[in-house]
Design a protein around this ligand. Sequence first.
Ligand SMILES: Nc1nc2c(c(=O)[nH]1)N[C@H]1C(S)=C(S)[C@@H](COP(=O)(O)O)O[C@H]1N2
Ligand SMILES: [Mo]
Length: 347
Amino acid sequence: MLYEPHLTTRKIIPENQEFPILSLSSRITPDHLFYRRNHCPYPAVDMRTWELQIGGYVDRPLCIRYPELIQMHQVSIPVTLECAGEKRGLFHPKKRGEQWELGASSHAVWTGVRLVDLLHAAGIQSNAIEVTFEGMDQGTRTDMPGVFAFIRSLPIEVALHPDVLIALYMNGEPLPFRHGYPARLIVPGWYGMASVKWLHRINIIDQPFQGPYQRVDYVYERHIEPVSEPVTKIRLNSTIARPSDQEVLARGEHWLIGTAISGEHPVAFVEISMDNGMSWQLAPWLDPHESYSWRRWYLKWTARTPGTYDIRVRATDAAGNVQSETADSNTKGYGYNAIHQIRVYVD
Ligand SMILES: Nc1nc2c(c(=O)[nH]1)N[C@H]1C(S)=C(S)[C@@H](COP(=O)(O)O)O[C@H]1N2
Ligand SMILES: [Mo]
């Protein structure tokens, strides 16, 4: 191909790169354009010694080698991953951290073993309240001494949900190394931090997990509130992928295209305003509804009059929730889901 989009680099080590959302042309993100979000340098994975361990409060601790894992019953589920830091770069005032813009999310079909099958095989004991998932990657942090593996926990009832996968394949191919080969967790409907890559240890615990990637990062922290709330499900959100902000367009026909998603209730409809929010029209869907998946919408627009156009998109979910004008301001800049707005000029 003569024109070739690339990932947008936000940080070199650890590697953090976003999907160039301008290139959105299929529901499934091409593997080489799937965003990459890492907290640590890439780990060394040696398949001669790799095994998945399941321990803690279980009746039968398990150690499963890759050849055994790929022989187990597999299911496939399309799931969009969205980083909780997506659109952090849109906050005013700015928030510390990677300045993600519109493309810290991507979509794939994941195939693997249901986590619940493995948990049942291990036999969960009655005092279990959470399950931790440990990646093989580790690194230092700026805010505390020590070396930390990327470990996250899920409440036991979430871990037992049948759609939570230990994914071994992405879009029908073995997981690419950067996306967690040989195995990663996929937690449908949750922000991406829950979907631990390079998974090698699962632990059933009887206390809330206190690791820094659970308690320091991925919490909505507001100075006015004494307690911070964990980042969990993907908030109702929608994005204009094309045209892009500040684009100059010729008079004539244009296609607006974008995405909408929610990890809570299904997205019911998406509306577009071409006049800075004075009037709204429904945008037809390009994709059918599918749980846990972003859904592309489009709008054909004939620009007849030269001028400046403030275009907005807003999604409404099945429970009647609508995206708001302003972002939920939290100190770490997670979960940005204000109405997305761009300005274009017609010459
Ligand atoms: N082991 C490990 N798993 C991880 C991370 C990580 O740094 N290490 N980052 C998490 C975050 S914050 C996101 S958004 C997703 C990104 O997945 P991707 O790089 O495959 O797009 O992976 C999650 N799983
Ligand atoms: Mo993330």
